[in-house]
Design a protein around this ligand. Structure first.
Ligand code: G6P
Length: 608
């Protein structure tokens, strides 16, 4: 999604801004731009494609200045062209960058056109800069003109604005899209996330909804939505959790796949004793666990798949009804909330617009409480939820989520066991589950050992256009996640089905060109799955079977076998995820796609 960086300093800021944009690349974008304010005016470079294309423009024509704003754009209104790239200008010396969507841009555009403004782009953003320009005619203070203009906007935004007439400050604001202030010594910054500014500061202020900030060299002044000045706390970034270089790996995704044993351990650390889940991990007062009678889980994308797995765990271990829904649907329907229902959101970033909107709606619906399982401690979701369980996976840069997913599952397993203990799970059963969890990092490590074998299999997918993933029970959401990974980064059309549904449609697609990836743990569904596999084999389909040794499956004419460690059944969804991540990674590498930044996708979906 779009990313913003802004800077004011005693030194030239162009390199700081470009480095900030490079650090935001992981969020996904299709064009980039920068505006620099100096004694002679506001000047900009914009380019379609990667930040490197923007850097190349700087080699042709250097832009120097001590204040500037920069942007990576993920197209919503208008194609990814240079004229649609930000910054947008009004009157030549007022420039603006924006992340979000202005929903009432059409009537505003008509009003502004009637006043003589000429639009240079197809974007919704351009109305904001003209509105500010118009407001400056009656209100010479840039801060006041921005505040007056923002009051006219409907939708979501984070913005940065520079004006050449006022070279002592830039103004930034947020409502519905993330923005953080980076505090330096005689220099200050803003950005869409902390990672974009770690090269210049580790001190941050998280803006609240509706905040407008006046940023000068030595001062950051924050006004809330009512225009009242506010002090917001400064927090220091913990560098030990920063993991923004690829190390020995070719791609972030592979690095993050290999980090999983370590981060799963970090997710469990301090949360289990020898034989118990420590409920203090939910905060000082874990009394809510006793009261829960229902659970509603809401999330998007990969996080939604984690929620689907948790439904199996919660209903099996705790015997409580659990529903799971994508946030973009939940937020637009009338939801019936039974008494004592826990509202549980899952999000890697904690900034996904639909998940945040769902949380805000849920707060008015009489839930018992709200719990966020999230990877980013400073995120809006964490700040707005009553309770939080952090996944502790460290920064995830690859757009296709890997370690964030398996740590979400780990955190969900902790949560499921904690709730189950209040609903009749015996001390002996709890102790066995805790033992299983403790062995999880080692099992994930053994699953990674199949990497070389999976790399060889991946070659066979190079010319495929479709793939089918099958699983049963809690492995069905893992099949969904496997198919999502494959389509996200290798652009192969992939679908997942609960294997029992095969004959109700997808069997019609099966022929020798259709790889069928089947997840076969050794559990009570094994024989059923073997029958489903026979149905495929009988129609010439090529089966890629991921199973443990005890299943008695092995390579055959139409079966390509990959061994997955035999584990306690509760861990199967987590351990079976690993080979599917490796498969999609290697297929993408064979196909030569942009593994870490797949086309059209964004890491953090901050607009609806
Ligand atoms: C985007 C990302 C996915 C992610 C989803 C939800 O689509 O590309 O990897 O699963 O957003 O994001 P969240 O941060 O809420 O988990």
């Amino acid at each position: 999604m779009c990313g913003i960086v802004g800077a004011i300093a005693r030194r030239n800021v162009s390199k700081i801004l470009i480095e900030g944009l490079s650090r935001l690349e992981y969020r996904g974008y299709d064009s980039a731009g920068v505006a620099i304010n100096n004694e002679e005016g506001v000047f900009s470079h914009r380019a379609v494609g990667k930040v490197q294309a923007l850097k190349d423009k700087f080699s042709d024509q250097l832009l120097d200045g001590k204040m500037g704003i920069a942007h990576t754009r993920w197209a919503t209104h208008g194609k990814p062209t240079e004229s649609n790239a930000h910054p947008h200008f009004s009157g030549g010396d007022l420039a603006l960058v924006h992340n979000g969507i202005i929903e009432n841009h059409e009537p505003l555009r008509l009003e502004l056109k009637a006043k003589g403004y000429v639009f240079q782009s197809e974007t919704d953003t351009e109305v904001i800069v003209h509105l500010i320009h118009d407001a400056l005619k009656v209100e010479p203070s840039l801060l006041n003109a921005v505040q007056a203009s923002l009051a006219k906007l409907e939708g979501a935004f984070a913005i940065g604005v520079v004006q050449n007439d006022d070279n002592e400050r830039f103004i930034a604001a947020r409502k519905g899209s993330p923005l953080v202030v980076g505090v330096g010594i005689e220099e200050n910054f803003v950005a869409s996330d902390q990672l974009a500014l770690l090269h210049v500061t580790d001190q941050f202020i998280f803006l609240e909804e509706g905040d407008v900030v006046d940023v000068t060299l030595d001062k950051v002044t924050i006004y809330d939505a009512q225009g009242e000045q506010q002090d917001r706390p400064v927090s220091v970034f913990n560098h030990s959790i920063d993991a923004t270089d690829k190390g020995e790996f070719r791609h972030y995704m592979m690095k993050e796949i290999y980090e999983q044993p370590k981060v799963i351990r970090a997710c469990l650390e301090g949360r289990i004793s020898d034989n118990k889940v420590l409920t203090s991990c939910f905060g000082a007062d874990s009394g809510f666990l006793k009261q829960i009678e229902n659970i509603h889980i809401v999330a998007c994308g990969t996080s939604y798949h984690a929620g689907m797995v948790a439904k199996y765990w919660l209903e099996e271990l705790a015997g409580l009804p659990c529903s799971v829904e994508v946030a973009s649907e939940y937020r637009y329907r009338k939801v019936a909330v039974p008494k004592n229902t826990l509202f549980l959101t899952l999000s890697q970033s904690g900034e996904t617009a639909d998940t945040l909107a769902a949380l805000r709606m849920a707060k008015s619906l009489g839930y018992l409480t709200t719990l966020a399982i999230c990877n980013v401690p400073s995120s809006t979701l964490v700040r707005e939820s009553a309770l939080t369980l952090l996944t502790n996976a460290g920064a995830e840069i690859g757009v296709a989520s890997t370690k964030a997913f398996t740590t979400q599952l780990t955190a969900l397993l902790l949560t499921s066991v904690a709730i189950a203990v209040e609903n009749g799970l015996s001390a002996q059963e709890e102790s066995a589950l805790v033992d299983a969890m403790r062995s999880l990092p080692a099992y994930v490590e053994s699953a990674l050992a199949e990497d070389e074998h999976i790399k060889k299999i991946a070659d066979r997918f190079a010319n495929k256009h479709n793939a089918l993933f099958l699983g049963r029970g809690a492995m069905f959401p893992i099949a969904l996640e496997g198919s999502l990974k494959l389509k996200e980064i290798s652009y192969i059309h992939a679908e997942a089905y609960p294997a029992g549904e095969l004959k109700h449609g997808p069997l019609a697609l099966v022929d020798e060109d259709m790889p069928i990836i089947t997840l076969v743990p050794h559990n009570d569904m094994l024989d059923k799955l073997k029958s489903n596999m026979q149905e495929v084999a009988a129609r010439g389909g090529e089966l890629y079977v991921f199973a443990d040794k005890d299943t008695d499956l092995h390579n055959e004419d139409n079966i390509v076998f990959t061994e997955v460690p035999k584990v306690d059944s509760i861990l199967e969804p987590i351990v079976h995820t690993i080979p599917l991540q490796l498969l999609s990674y290697h297929v993408a590498v064979v196909k030569g796609t942009d593994v870490d930044q797949p086309r059209n996708l964004a890491k953090s979906v901050t607009v609806e």
